[in-house]
Every structure is written in structure tokens, then in C-alpha cells.
Design a protein around this ligand. Structure first.
Ligand SMILES: [Mn+2]
Length: 372
């Protein structure tokens, strides 16, 4: 009998959980904020209907350094003053030496764990990070103009092909600000020597040190997929596709070791069926954070970031939201990158207007499925 109960309980719980919430918003809508220097103010963000949480970081603290507790507390207080909650960190960056498994690994892991504890103390429930070598993302242009006059980030393969990072100077947007060309070359060589299995090994060391601490203080770690999800310039990339997501989650089998499922990052490779991935990992309760945006995937693998609507890109946004709602998803959601529209200027991908439209659209989809 016990055996039957054990099997039946989780399903029953899940159904009850979903039923109890019928008509209620379970997911937590959030918005990325770049701090006081962000032209998008907390006041503006708080005016977006249904906005609950702020996703932020201490962007000026170098990777590997400790985060001052009082600055986290101040961020929480500033958010609270605008009716918002600072409960998602994006991100605590992982020092390159941890990804490469060299240098003071032990000291860096110690600081990383301490930063998780400090975030938790300030009220943070979810910490996003990535394990991408050197660069957080790759695009060839940040302000590609569409026929309607809006601009967005794009990656065109014909602009990347033929570049040899070990010989040519790379001047891709968003790259190079933090490293000299010589440093980039050294890092690329170190990662090429490390290879995918070496990177997996270092991810395992990281997760086994960090996840138990996160678990202990009620924080869910959410790894962001590689963007785009395949190797570029010979740099190994591992958080890319279903079998690798499975492998990553199995390293530490805990809800504290979860995904930040970014539809736009996974969705710029044709081998990823994004709604199916969302369904699978939401069902297993291994998604802590959803980045939702649309991309238009071209035949040669190039892609353009588009408006959030299904009709604007290659991803079925309704199917993605439906998969979340049907599995009782109660984690964080944010409209990921938006276009620049209505003459707005600012950080490419992170303007107010198009991300607010994205939030409104996503809220509509969630309400429609939740009330059904
Ligand atoms: Mn993302």
C-alpha cells in the first residue's frame, strides 16, 4: 500500500496544486533592472501591469569578489518602496578560473557560496548564472533595423564566417570591453585545450559545492543556456540541448539545481523543440526561471531577435505558456530582450517599451490558460 501511495502522492499533489490555483496567477512576472544607472526606472517598471519581481545584480563587483550585504539590502528596500520584490539575481557571474578549473578554485567557490548566502539573507529566492566560456552571448549587430523602423539584436553567419579569433582582432558588439585581444586569445586557447569534457568536469565541481549551500538557504540556482547553443570559434559549449540539460540536472538531483530556460537562446538552434523542452522540465519541476522571447531562425542558422508574439518569430509562445500552466509552473518569468521602438534609446535589448509589451502579452497568455 505504501508503495502505491508513494507513487500516487506527487501526482495528486500536483493536480491539487493546479486546481487550487485555478484562475489565479501562479507564475511570478519579473523585469530585469540594471540598477540606479538604468534609464528604465523602478517607477516605470512598477507601472507595467502585473509586475511583481525585480531581476538584478551588483554589476560593478568583479567576478569572484564578495557582494556587500548592505548593497543587497538597499536594493531590496528600493524595490519595496516601489511595490516590487527583489528576489531574483541575474547573475552571480562565475569566474573564468572556475570554468577553467585553474587558480584559486577553492577560494572562488567559497566566495560564490558566501554570495548566495548574502543574497538569500536579503530575500533572494533564485540565482541565475551561466557556464559559458568567455562571452555571455554572441551577436553580429545590436541595432539591425527592421522595415518598421524598430531595431533589434541579430546574428548573421555570413558576418562571422572566416573570422579566426586566434589571428584576427574580433570586434563583435558586446565583446572585448572586458578583455584585451591578447587575453581573449589566451582564454580561447585555454578553453580549446580544456574541451567539452573538461568543462563538464568543472561544472560538476561547481554544482557539488554550490547547490547544497543554495538548498540550505532556500535559493534555486538557475543555469542559463548557452547563447547561441552551439560552439563558436572553437569554444566548448555544453548547456545547449536536451541530452545536455538532462546531464546537467542529474549532476545534483535537486530543485535547487534548476534551469533558467531561455526560449530565445535554446530556440536559435533548429534541433531544440522549445515547447517540448519547457513541458518536460516544468513537469519535473526543474525550471526556476523562464526567459521568454521570440527569435526568427533563418535557414543558414542566422537569427534575428523579434517582438514576443508567436506571429513575429519562429517560436510558438502560446505552446510555451500552455506547457508551463498545465504543469503548475510557479517560478519566475521575464520578458527577455525586446526591440528598440518608439524612438527609445538605451541598452540594446533592454529598453522599457518593447519589454513592457512583451510582459503584457505574456500576462494575457498566462491568464487565458490559467482561467481555462
Ligand atoms: Mn536569456
Amino acid at each position: 500500500m505504501c508503495y502505491t501511495l508513494k507513487l500516487a502522492t506527487p501526482r495528486w499533489n500536483k493536480r491539487a496544486r493546479i486546481a487550487a490555483r485555478k484562475g489565479e496567477q501562479a507564475m511570478k512576472m519579473s523585469f530585469r533592472w540594471y540598477g540606479e544607472s538604468d534609464p528604465v526606472s523602478l517607477e516605470y517598471i512598477s507601472q507595467i501591469p502585473g509586475m511583481r519581481s525585480i531581476v538584478a545584480s551588483l554589476y560593478d563587483v568583479a567576478p569572484g569578489d564578495l557582494w556587500p550585504q548592505e548593497r543587497l539590502e538597499k536594493m531590496q528596500a528600493d524595490c519595496k518602496a516601489h511595490g516590487l520584490v527583489f528576489d531574483v539575481v541575474e547573475s552571480i557571474p562565475v569566474h573564468e578560473d572556475l570554468k577553467l578549473g585553474r587558480g584559486d578554485v577553492e577560494g572562488l567557490l567559497k566566495n560564490y557560496c558566501e554570495n548566495i548566502r548574502r543574497c538569500a539573507r536579503a530575500g533572494v529566492k533564485c540565482v541565475t548564472y551561466n557556464f559559458m566560456p568567455v562571452f555571455d552571448w554572441t551577436r553580429t549587430q545590436l541595432d539591425k533595423k527592421a522595415p518598421d523602423g524598430s531595431t533589434s539584436l541579430v546574428m548573421y553567419w555570413d558576418q562571422l564566417r572566416g573570422i579566426d579569433p586566434l589571428k584576427d582582432d574580433i570586434h563583435l558588439p558586446g565583446w572585448g570591453a572586458s578583455y584585451s585581444q591578447a587575453e581573449v586569445r589566451d582564454l580561447i586557447q585555454a578553453y580549446s585545450a580544456l574541451g567539452e569534457e573538461g568543462l563538464w568536469k568543472n561544472l560538476e565541481v561547481f554544482l557539488k559545492a554550490v547547490v547544497p549551500v543554495a538548498e540550505e538557504c532556500g535559493v534555486r540556482m538557475a543555469i542559463h543556456p548557452d547563447d547561441p547553443p552551439y560552439p563558436i570559434f572553437g569554444l566548448p559549449r555544453i548547456i545547449t540541448r536536451e541530452e545536455n540539460l538532462d546531464r546537467m540536472l542529474a549532476i545534483v538531483d535537486s530543485p535547487a539545481n534548476s534551469l533558467c530556460l531561455c526560449t530565445g537562446s535554446l530556440g536559435c538552434a533548429a534541433f531544440n523543440d522549445v515547447p517540448a523542452l519547457v513541458r518536460k522540465y516544468a513537469e519535473k519541476d526543474r525550471i526556476a526561471f523562464m526567459h521568454i522571447r521570440n527569435v526568427k531562425l533563418m535557414e543558414d542558422g542566422s537569427f534575428e531577435e523579434r517582438a514576443h508574439l508567436t506571429s513575429c518569430g519562429s517560436l510558438d509562445m502560446a505552446a510555451i505558456v500552455k506547457a508551463l500552466v498545465e504543469n503548475g509552473y510557479d517560478g519566475y518569468v521575464r520578458p527577455d530582450h525586446g526591440r528598440m521602438i518608439w524612438g527609445e534609446t538605451g541598452k540594446p535589448g533592454y529598453g522599457l517599451f518593447d519589454r513592457a509589451l512583451g510582459a503584457a502579452y505574456l500576462n494575457g497568455l498566462f491568464e487565458a490558460y490559467e482561467k481555462r
